[in-house]
Design a protein around this ligand. Structure first.
Ligand code: CO
Length: 208
């Protein structure tokens, strides 16, 4: 890819935006009030804004390998804190995707260096849901289910934070677990029952 193209694209984009609305960038720089925090995979095929059809300013985005929310990860913890306490977002979405190489790599018997501790969290997801996953004979289907269960477990990690628990209790924040299917382009709501999950884990993780 010719990187000069990127700068040409940028100039073209500015022209288009200003043509439609001369004050576009002035207004864009005036405030930052997204209502949604999106936590997704860094995979280049899963373009958060384009796939959701949202404009700049609408979604606060955090992406890393395999859309993880490890409890000791300063980056994702800071993003959640900032989004909930300062931006006061109304929704947090954890979005995984089928054919996630991060999820697949996590399950292979290979030393992946610094990726080992990062991806080990996915092995933990597998361990928690081992019975269900091992009952799926088809390997592709098993990985797809692991992607879904990883989304669910990362949502639970989001729920472990005091900021989220506080906002969740006052019904000012809603959680969503989604999956993007690269093969069809479809965004799927896993319709996870977070009230039920919270009910089950409250006695263990309750902070607020
Ligand atoms: Co991925």
């Amino acid at each position: 890819m010719d990187l000069q193209n990127i700068f040409r694209n940028n100039q073209q984009w500015i022209r288009e935006k200003v043509h439609t609305d001369p004050a576009y960038f002035k207004e864009l720089s005036a405030r930052h009030q997204p209502e949604i925090l999106y936590i997704g995979c860094a995979d280049s095929r899963v373009s958060a804004e384009e796939m959701m059809g949202v404009r700049p300013g609408e979604v606060f985005v955090h992406r890393n390998i395999a859309n993880m929310v490890p409890n000791t990860d300063l980056s994702s913890m800071s993003v959640i804190h900032f989004a909930v306490e300062h931006l006061r977002v109304k929704h947090i979405i954890v979005c995984g995707h089928y054919y996630c190489n991060g999820v697949k790599s996590a399950m292979q018997s290979a030393d992946l260096g610094i990726l080992n501790p990062w991806l080990r969290n996915i092995r933990d997801v597998y361990r928690i849901h081992k019975t269900e996953l091992n009952s799926i004979a088809d390997e592709e289907e098993r990985y797809k289910r692991l992607v879904e269960l990883n989304v669910q477990e990362q949502c639970i990690n989001v729920m472990k934070t005091p900021e989220v628990q506080k906002a969740f209790n006052t019904k000012t924040l809603f959680l969503h677990g989604w999956v993007f299917d690269i093969q069809s382009g479809k965004l799927i709501d896993l319709k996870i029952d977070f009230d039920k999950i919270m009910e089950n884990i409250r006695e263990i993780y309750r902070i607020e």
